[in-house]
Design a protein around this ligand. Structure first.
Ligand code: SAH
Ligand code: SF4
Length: 393
């Protein structure tokens, strides 16, 4: 987002390039630009989003230089002499990936869903939910504003599995966003055919956010009627092979989930070699069969982040909005201090936000986007996190 600085191209190996941010180096993938050594680009999620004129980039870097090193000092000071599990994880995050932090925006464009996942408030059987669909122009405009006005460099388009958005509509939306709003476009609308995903890739989409929800296949089938874990995993693998950057993970605290399941969840996520881990607490919704299930504690959610970080030190780990819901004041900070190094800001137009009720009481539904961005930037600066790209392994 606005919190991002240009990287200088210092090595090119076909589509794989190396970028330098002051004295740090990061790998990135370049699918779209003719680049030469010494060029400047914005990258996000390990992906080159935009080329920047050299003079403009150097101006931006000049204004950042002192602050960049100051942020490093803050991060270093906050990760000294780790004692607890969370501190150890945070220390490992700094050692392996430095103080980079990705900020993604999410646009929730439809709350219709033909599925009936037991855990989700958007499930088809929830008759008490008012349903909405954003018009294509509204989705495109929201993305344009996010990239243009707010400076987001990665955008997630999320919805229930809503077949109203057929191949033609999705393609038009992706094409227009790619034309008007240069960003890493991440699709998160569930299971579609490989043909559709291939066409969306050709139109410019490069990321998929699709969780496998639980590594326990029996639990998966119970939680997602008519679906099988194997199919979900096959889709994830096929999408990776197609060239998509993968964000995946699981729910923490599903009824029937054991401690062993949770560890297996972490290992299964890692085995898929995702560019980013996305896992978060299950928060029961009153209009679902799981309405009486207790929420996991903030500690349970933080423990999953810390364990993932310690087991897989190179992981990019998202602090999710569901995590924020567990404790609006503390959870985001706590997640970033337990090993997470990425977060998401909700950009859905306000009038729809409360209707996208996957779980109740989402983080700050009343906040306006500018305020939220300001709060997040203040937090990142307090924690010494820099807007350099996290890069690829
Ligand atoms: N329909 C798409 C995307 C929207 S749902 C899909 O299912 O992939 C996005 C994510 O919300 C799901 O992957 C699930 O992990 C999460 N989710 C659903 N219900 C939830 C709940 N009650 N609490 C926390 N997260 C939930
Ligand atoms: Fe639909 Fe996704 Fe919710 Fe399942 S989790 S009911 S697929 S929106």
């Amino acid at each position: 987002m606005c919190y991002s600085i240009p990287g200088k191209v210092i090595d090119i190996n076909n589509g794989a390039i190396t970028l330098e941010y002051f004295d740090e180096k990061r790998k990135a993938r370049n699918d779209f630009y003719e680049l030469a050594l010494g060029d400047y680009v914005y990258a996000q999620g390990g992906f080159v989003i935009q080329q920047i004129p050299t003079e403009e980039a150097q101006e931006i870097l000049k204004t950042w230089k002192d602050f960049f090193y100051k942020l490093q000092e803050v991060d270093l000071a906050l990760t000294q002499e780790p004692k607890s599990l969370y501190q150890l994880a945070n220390n490992s995050r700094r050692k392996y990936l430095g103080n980079s932090c990705c900020v993604h925006g999410i646009i929730e464009f439809s709350n219709y869903c033909h599925n009936d996942c037991l855990y989700c408030g958007l499930r088809a059987s929830n008759m008490s939910l008012s349903r909405y669909r954003m018009a294509a122009e509204e989705i495109i405009q929201t993305a344009e504003q996010a990239a243009g006005e707010f400076g987001f460099k990665a955008l997630v388009l999320q919805s229930g599995e809503d077949l109203f958005f057929d191949e033609g509509k999705l393609l038009e939306i992706v094409r227009q966003i790619m034309e008007k709003a240069p960003a890493l476009l991440i699709l998160s609308f569930g299971e579609r055919s490989l043909e559709i995903y291939q066409k969306l890739f050709e139109a410019g989409a490069r990321g998929v956010l699709l969780r496998f929800e639980t590594s326990n296949s029996g639990l998966y089938e119970k939680m997602r009627p008519r679906h099988q874990l194997e199919e979900r995993l096959k889709l994830l693998k096929d999408l990776k092979t197609m060239g998509y950057l993968i964000m995946t993970g699981f729910l923490i605290g599903l009824p029937g989930q054991s401690e062993d399941d949770l560890l297996n969840d972490i290992h299964l996520a890692a085995s898929l070699e995702p560019e980013m881990f996305s896992f978060g607490p299950f928060i029961s919704h009153p209009e679902t069969p799981l309405k009486n299930a207790p929420r996991p504690s903030l500690d349970q959610a933080l423990t999953a982040i810390a364990r993932t970080r310690l087991l897989y030190p190179n992981a990019r780990i998202l602090a999710t909005t569901a995590l924020e819901t567990l404790d609006k004041e503390k959870a985001l900070r706590a997640g970033l201090m337990a090993g997470a190094n990425s977060l998401m800001i909700n950009l859905t137009p306000k009038k729809y936000r409360s209707l996208y009720e996957i779980y109740p009481k989402k983080a700050n539904p009343e906040d306006n986007t500018q305020e939220t961005i300001k709060k997040v930037l203040t937090l990142l600066q307090e924690l010494g996190r820099a807007p350099t790209d996290l890069g690829l392994n």
